[in-house]
Ligand binder design. Structure first.
Ligand SMILES: [Mn+2]
Length: 341
């Protein structure tokens, strides 16, 4: 059962149809609706679905993202699926009279806090201390896209190829291709949408990980690669975005004879560390937290972790930092033999 928040005054809906009808009654013909998102595939696809649902029911619907969209897959998604999202600027709040938040909650971001929300539709754990005329928060769902699929279904709206492909990509991304614990609803939505989507478009989005200009980072990564028993270390230096470090770590993690991968890079005066391991009697998240939480941001799961440490906190300038110094950061955890690394 979807969780009904107190914001709906404990309103219970007997069906998705009833719920969606209630949602639609909040809007009038002359409304100018702004859908705000922190853009990722789930949020972008959900926003596109809301726009479709409100199409012809209100005067206009605008989708706006508050974050900078740097990830290439997401840029390609917006381009090939023609998602009309614009970068947020404060005047948008004056130009619209109703506001919808999808795939997030008002307290998640500073920019969302002071807006009078008409509707909030999300799948993150429910947070207290905010209000909206309509709330649909279902933490048990793998993706907000799944919730929006149910809205479309209840309204008997057949999604276009673009919308279906977007929703599929949203669900795949947020459930890690169904590797995270997944609800039956996510699988059902996927199954239905699969018939309407275009797999070539999806493939184009999913394989667009890397810009040509970023290939040089792979060269540096391989040139700088150092082994310590079954551990791999590489330090790439300054990078134009941190996604490329993740791609390099995932690539090195494919090497059979290693059980740990550590990739470092410099981004905006921070040392970014991406960690991968096989998870067998190992815990990358614990390692990251233990070593770096006191000097920066650190966290993750058994197999994947990440840390971001201001170089200032390391007492060293980015220019002086190198692969040897990078490896030394882990000496405490692994108790390296005393010889030179
Ligand atoms: Mn999501």
């Amino acid at each position: 059962m979807p969780k009904i928040s107190r914001n709906n005054k404990k309103r219970r809906f007997k069906s998705n149809r009833e719920r969606v009808n209630y949602f639609l009654k909040l809007f009038e013909k002359e409304d100018r609706v702004l859908i705000l998102i922190w853009a990722d595939p789930d949020a972008l696809s959900s926003a596109l679905a809301v726009k479709r649902i409100l199409h012809n029911k209100v005067e206009k619907v605008t989708i706006s993202h508050i974050n900078e969209i740097t990830r290439l897959n997401n840029q390609v998604m917006i381009k090939v699926l023609k998602i009309p999202s614009i970068k947020f600027y404060p005047k948008l709040l004056e130009d619209h009279n109703k506001f919808i938040l999808v795939d997030s909650q008002p307290l998640h971001r500073e920019e969302f806090k002071n807006i009078k929300w008409t509707a909030v539709i999300d799948h993150h754990p429910y947070t207290e201390g905010w209000e909206a005329d309509y709330v649909d928060v279902r933490p048990e769902y793998g993706a907000t896209a799944t919730i929006l699929f149910e809205y479309l279904k209840a309204l008997k709206i057949k999604p276009t190829v673009y919308l279906a492909t977007a929703l599929i990509y949203g669900i795949k991304t947020d459930t890690d291709n169904f590797e995270k614990s997944t609800q039956l609803q996510d699988v059902l939505a996927f199954q239905k949408l699969f018939k309407c989507m275009n797999r070539h478009l999806l493939n184009k989005i999913e394989t667009s990980d890397l810009r040509r200009s970023e290939l040089r980072y792979f060269k540096t990564a391989l040139d700088q690669l150092k082994f310590q028993k079954n551990r791999m270390f590489t330090y790439i230096g300054k990078v134009s975005n941190t996604d490329v470090l993740v791609l390099i770590a995932d690539f090195l993690n494919k090497v059979y004879e290693t059980s740990w991968v550590f990739v470092g890079g410099e981004y905006k005066k921070n040392l970014i560390i991406i960690i991968r391991c096989d998870g067998y009697r190992k815990d990358a998240g614990k390692l990251a937290t233990k070593l770096f939480k006191s000097i920066g941001l650190a966290g993750g799961h058994r197999e994947k972790a990440r840390a971001e440490i201001p170089f200032e906190n390391l007492g060293i300038s980015p220019e002086e930092f190198n692969i040897q110094k990078f490896i030394k950061l882990f000496a405490k955890y692994f108790k390296f033999p005393n010889k030179k690394v």
